[in-house]
Each structure stands twice: as structure tokens, then as C-alpha cells.
Ligand binder design. Structure first.
Ligand SMILES: C[S@@+](CC[C@H](N)C(=O)[O-])C[C@H]1O[C@@H](n2cnc3c(N)ncnc32)[C@H](O)[C@@H]1O
Length: 232
């Protein structure tokens, strides 16, 4: 493949997570609209980590999922294209005595792990940073590094197949009520400059990569959990 047309995943699109100011406000502002305890529980329930499991957290952000999973498995690979996020997550991991997390400055299109190496992969609110073709490349790369039977937890903002414009407008209003002007602006940037795709496109990309979609949950009109597995 010509390197010239490869997508540069290290350039920030939409929200600038390379900015220290954005990283500093990330956890408190996300608390305004997320139930992190519930998300962590869902992740653990689906990935079902064992003491010898190896898990990859892609777009680890401030490290909440990596730190939680690290207490239950052998090793977590936590990767992100923002070095600022990685430094922040690393300091949280040190404070939590989580010594089995390997942090790397890399992303969906560049991580380097052996085939059939991982028991689980988590992607939470990060895949939408890639345009659709590159989502497909990323999903194929995730499929390759999972062991047969390995599990993939995908959580992201998707565009509903029906009444998409009204649903997005209503979601922006709800986000404003939850987190004021900051969260309204955050959500507008999301839909204007990032690459959330239709639910049906996401499902097709997952199925084409070879995944079984065992369960799906839609919440708030736009948040979607896909509980996936690589066939045995
Ligand atoms: C909205 S945050 C999500 C953080 C965390 N996973 C969570 O659920 O709170 C998105 C993160 O994905 C990272 N990111 C964006 N594009 C990426 C890519 N191509 N590969 C890996 N991480 C990426 C950003 O730097 C940012 O830290």
C-alpha cells in the first residue's frame, strides 16, 4: 500500500485531546453525562478478564478502563494518540499502584501486536475519530490480534438510522442541560468535526471484519454498545 494516502491518526480531529486544558477537564466534565461505574461494570462483564488475560484499551484517554481492568488481568496495553492523555493516565495508574499497564503512544492504525495475542479489546468513545474506511481498517486489525473466542467491547456515539437530525438536536439539548455551555459546544464539535457514523454502517463494518455481534444496547438515542466476539 502507498504510504502517501495512509490516514494520519496522530493529527487531532475535532476535540483537541493533545491540549492539557482539555485533558484536565475531561473526567469532571464527562461525569456530567456518564455513569462510569456502570460502563466499567459492563466492560468487565463482557471482557470477563482472567488472571492470565491480556487486554488492549484503544484510545485509553484518562485511563479509567485500563486501571480497572488491570486489577483483574495479567496485562493491559493502553494506547492513545495523545501524549498528554497518556501522561495523565500514567500518573493515575501510578497513584492506583497499577503496575501491569503498558502505555504506548500509538493508535488503531499503528499498534503492533502479534496475531491471536489478546483475550479482550476495549474501544470506548474513540473509534469515531477515524473516517469510515479507516474504521474498517482498524476493526480488521483488532480482529487479527484477538485470540479466537476473544471479546471486543465497542462503545461509541453513532448516528441512529431513523430520524437522525432530530435525535442529534435533542441529544445536544440534553447535553446542554447536563453540562451547560461547555458540554453543548463539546457535542456540537463532535457531530460537526468528528466521524460518528450510522449504526447500520458500524454493524456492517463489524460483521465484515468477521465479528459476531452478540448483544447491542442503544441509550440516549446515540450511545451504542456493541458486545462482539471473534468466532472460535
Ligand atoms: C473521548 S476520548 C475517550 C477516552 C476513554 N476511552 C473514555 O471512554 O473516556 C477519545 C480518546 O481517543 C484518542 N484517540 C483519537 N484518535 C485515536 C486513534 N486513532 N487511536 C487511538 N486513540 C485515539 C484521543 O486522543 C482521546 O484520548
Amino acid at each position: 500500500m502507498y504510504q502517501e494516502w495512509r490516514y494520519n491518526e496522530f493529527q487531532q480531529t475535532g476535540k483537541n485531546y493533545a491540549s492539557q486544558d482539555e485533558v484536565d477537564v475531561y473526567d469532571p466534565t464527562h461525569d456530567d453525562f456518564r455513569d462510569l461505574a456502570k460502563e466499567l461494570k459492563e466492560t468487565v462483564n463482557w471482557l470477563n478478564p482472567k488472571p492470565n488475560s491480556k487486554i488492549l484499551d484503544i484510545g485509553c484517554g484518562t485511563g479509567n478502563f485500563s486501571i480497572q481492568l488491570s486489577t483483574l488481568c495479567e496485562k493491559v496495553y493502553a494506547i492513545d494518540v495523545s501524549e498528554t492523555m497518556l501522561k495523565f493516565a500514567q500518573s493515575k495508574a501510578i497513584a492506583a499502584y497499577a503496575t501491569n499497564i503498558s502505555f504506548s503512544h500509538t493508535g488503531y492504525l499503528n499498534f503492533d501486536l502479534p496475531k491471536d495475542h489478546l483475550d479482550g479489546v476495549i474501544s470506548s468513545l474513540s473509534l469515531h475519530h477515524l473516517p469510515d474506511f479507516w474504521k474498517s481498517v482498524a476493526l480488521n486489525r483488532i480482529f487479527r490480534v484477538l485470540k479466537p473466542g476473544g471479546r471486543f467491547y465497542l462503545y461509541d456515539v453513532v448516528i441512529p438510522d431513523q430520524q437522525s437530525k432530530d435525535t442529534i438536536d435533542a441529544f445536544i439539548d440534553r447535553q446542554e442541560r447536563r453540562g451547560g455551555a461547555f458540554m453543548k459546544e463539546d457535542t456540537i464539535i463532535h457531530f460537526k468535526e468528528e466521524f460518528s457514523t450510522f449504526d447500520w454502517v458500524m454493524k456492517k463494518l463489524l460483521l465484515d471484519a468477521g465479528f459476531l455481534i452478540e448483544k447491542e444496547i442503544l441509550s440516549d438515542g446515540v450511545f451504542k454498545n456493541y458486545f462482539c466476539q471473534k468466532p472460535l
